[in-house]
Design a protein around this ligand. Structure first.
Ligand code: PLP
Length: 395
């Protein structure tokens, strides 16, 4: 075994000795987690090894932003989760989406985006892509008759389900139509998390996840991933990521790696608790409508049944018009277990009201409130909702 050699203490040499240590850790360390490898610089064995470095191979180490054992380990786990070969990490889910757009679209190309897309993506398209000369057209994901591809349509963006109103689009039919026209299909797969929906089985080309949500699971990291089975798309994305200087930290990748161990179990717990609460909500007189794939009249319910094995941990309610914003605010402020906050996928249940301009294909005659179900006891959550509705009704 290699041990540190005893060095003569020499005050003049100490600066050099401190940065060129003799100690080499013994080989063979192995644990549940691959460890946090943090680096900007990584060393090459020889001048020739450096000359032969290959940014595209996805193997070997070149620079911290290119990949470390920690980030490669996470990429390989996300690839396995989605059942494809290639994965790239990004500092946020939104950045992953932006990088897909930047890698694939050039001025003059057209992008199709669903009307009810994640609001930040709508802003990205409107304020960044359109000024670059990239055409963007909205389509109704629940009405495929309206889906038209132009000569310059390059990419169609799909969300399944949509993140505020949970309509479920026919991913398979959209992908089939896109294929006929040679259009690339990109899916925001954050909701399904690689668990509820076998996305590549339905013909998509690229899947993006906000790892921020279920894969992390502890609400303390922001990260995104892009996967694909297409070598050419992978290379395009990889080069774009490198040229824009995009990378993730080892600490953050390490947290998500821990989350991956329990992803499936947590997802199932969120899913079953949410179905139970949706069942409760269906019977409350305050709600005009409950928005979740299992709720009565859910838009795309049959498609969800054909595509999915689960339904994540989110739902919304639309209050009847007689319950005004004051009432809804009092309801939200009276909740004790549900905290007010954006994002989802963590252990704590969350609530948010969306009273203005939710872009939706579902009619919304009253205030919309979205719930994200955490890992608390489901009966405690229902009791909390009941007491808050009661408190709000007291003048
Ligand atoms: C959260 C979310 C994103 C963005 O992910 P960030 O990591 O927060 O940037 C994108 N799409 C969906 C559906 C999301 O829920």
């Amino acid at each position: 075994m290699l041990r540190a050699k005893q060095v003569e203490k020499n005050p003049d040499a100490i600066c050099t000795q401190l940065v060129h240590p003799n100690y080499v850790a013994p080989e063979g360390f192995s644990g549940v987690q691959p460890g946090q490898f943090s680096a900007s610089t990584v060393f090459f064995r020889s001048a020739q090894a450096y000359r032969e470095r290959n940014w595209c191979s996805g193997e070997g180490y070149i620079y911290g932003s290119h990949g470390t054992p920690t980030t490669f380990a996470l990429e390989s786990r996300i690839s396995a989760l989605e059942g494809v070969q290639y994965c790239l990490l990004y500092p946020s889910g939104l950045n992953a989406i932006a990088q897909v757009f930047l890698a694939l679209l050039k001025p003059g190309d057209e992008l199709l985006v669903p009307i009810n897309v994640y609001p930040a993506v709508r802003m990205l398209v409107l304020h960044e892509l359109v000024p670059m000369g990239i055409g963007c057209r909205l389509y109704d994901p629940t009405n495929l008759e309206s889906l038209l591809f132009a000569r310059n349509t390059k990419l169609i963006w799909v969300e399944a389900a949509c993140s505020i109103t949970f309509e479920f689009p026919d991913v398979e039919a959209i992908a089939a139509r896109a294929k006929e026209s040679g259009v690339v299909v990109g899916l925001d797969n954050t909701w399904g998390a690689g668990i509820a929906l076998d996305a590549y089985g339905f013909g998509i080309d690229i899947s993006v996840q906000a790892l921020t949500k279920y894969p992390c699971g502890s609400a303390d990291v922001i990260m995104g991933s892009v996967t694909t089975q297409d070598r050419e798309l992978y290379t395009l994305l990889q080069m774009c990521r490198m040229r824009f200087g995009v990378s993730v930290s080892a600490r953050d990748a390490s947290v998500v790696l821990s989350g991956m161990n329990t992803l499936r179990l947590r997802y199932e717990a969120h899913d079953s608790a949410t179905r139970k609460i949706v069942e409760w909500a269906n019977h409350r007189r305050e709600f005009h409508r409950v928005l979740h794939p299992t709720a009565p009249d859910a838009v795309g319910q049959n498609i969800w049944l054909q595509h999915c094995s689960a339904a994540a941990g989110l739902f919304s309610v639309v209050f009847k018009p007689e319950y005004n914003t004051g009432y809804v605010d009092k309801f939200i402020d009276s909740l004790r277990l549900f905290r007010i906050g954006v994002s989802w996928g963590g252990p704590v249940s969350l609530v948010l009201s969306f009273d203005r301009n939710v872009a939706s294909v579902t009619e919304l005659p009253g205030v919309l409130v979205r719930f994200c179900i955490g890992l608390e006891d489901v009966d405690d959550l229902i009791t909390d909702l009941e007491q808050a509705l009661f408190t709000a009704s007291q003048q």
